[in-house]
Design a protein around this ligand. Sequence first.
Ligand code: ADP
Length: 483
Amino acid sequence: MRVLQVCAEIFPLLKTGGLADVCGALPGALAKRGCDVRVLVPAFPAILRGVPDAKPIAGAAGLGDGTRLLCGTLPGTGVPLYLIDAPALYAREGNPYADEAGQPYADNHRRFALLGRVGALLADGLDPAWSAQVVHGHDWHAGLAPAYLRAAQLHTGRRLAGSVHTVHNLAFQGTFGLEVLGELGLPADFYQTHGLEFHGQVSFMKAGLHYADHITTVSPTYAREIQGEEQGCGLDGVLRARSGELSGILNAVDDAVWNPVTDALIPARYDGRKLAGKGLCRLALQNSFGLGPQTDRPLFGVVSRLTEQKGFNLILEGLPELLERGGQLVVLGTGEPALVAALVHAAKTHPGAVAVKVGYDEDLAHSIVAGVDVMMVPSRFEPCGLTQLYGLKYGSLPLVRKVGGLADTVVDSSLENLDDGSATGFVFDRFDARDYGAALRRAFALFKRKGEWQEVQRRAMAQAFDWDAAAAQYLAQYERVMA
Ligand code: ADP
């Protein structure tokens, strides 16, 4: 089966969040299962630099404006990677979606319409040597691919390929003013409620949700949640109408990148049987951040975009209690200036107990995941969440809110769950300081019971979130949309 993945970011070439981790790992897992998979991305500078073997596809004409289609290999996988080389749209360093001031680029509709259009064209002979039978787009950036496929089908009377659209975060929708419509080259009547119209605007995400043969999202709980008003971001009606074609496939952990047994980015390696290395990782982390070398109270960690979504107001509200109980906190992240300021202030006020690194640092992320006792992800909403999965894998027990993929992946250390041997972390229900504080206290309480803590650690580390299982589910879905 020939499958094209269409996405805007991909690990290890360009990453702003979990989307890149997923798009970097899924193709390799599909290929291992015998799928003839390829990936399409915009040729952003970081991506171009990372694919030195990229060569123009002879015969891929018709894209206009000097745009070329290149093909190389996704590093570490052998999976063919198509790049859309359109310098006027993509030759911009840094964040792929926004300028240095954090403002979304004014021509984002053009930049990502081209991504969707080329995705559809790769099912229509754009590359004379390979044609997709299934086009699988990720998030709003690829949302127009199913719309272009449908438009081509209406035009020719021929179905080109099946389509799958995956929602990684419904809060980002790619919504543009009506004036962009004429530039997209889609039939005028696609602009309607049962199409890509969204409150008088054009929504790329809605196009994906409406025109794809099947919709997936990154956890079963999030698949249910987004069909409700609270988490539907205004698209819950569309999702409810398509509930028969909507499923949740849980993300996984790329073992080649996140694995305490082999991780070259951490000071010492370890596994569930020999945890001594984890102690060394903690000490090194404490040293590097000027935190006291204590071992009798837990060290909490966060690696995250600094946004309201991720529950930083709970972390800040609960900080006095965390410190009173003798805990330590280390945070790595970038994002909203108000949160940056509040966290930096907390670190200044509590040197030796709170450390904050503002920035994006892949290596440090590994050191934190390995060195802390507790990974915190107290999100307001969370489609899947990856850092809690990394926490489990590294024996850094996740403290999470019972929402989205967090609810699907972490089991609370309540007495009954400890007793029946299912506990893997700390889970709280309501998004408020009381519930969060209770989970925090459970973490402190369990940490005092070294034997039980290690038992939970070992169970956490033994959880299997492997891409092979996820790939099998995606393949089953591809079979269905091809049929
Ligand atoms: P989201 O995609 O909503 O940002 P996820 O938990 O799904 O959240 O994925 C976040 C990914 O980005 C993880 O791989 C995490 O380690 C990484 N990450 C987030 N912030 C940073 C940062 N400041 N430095 C390094 N890695 C980060």
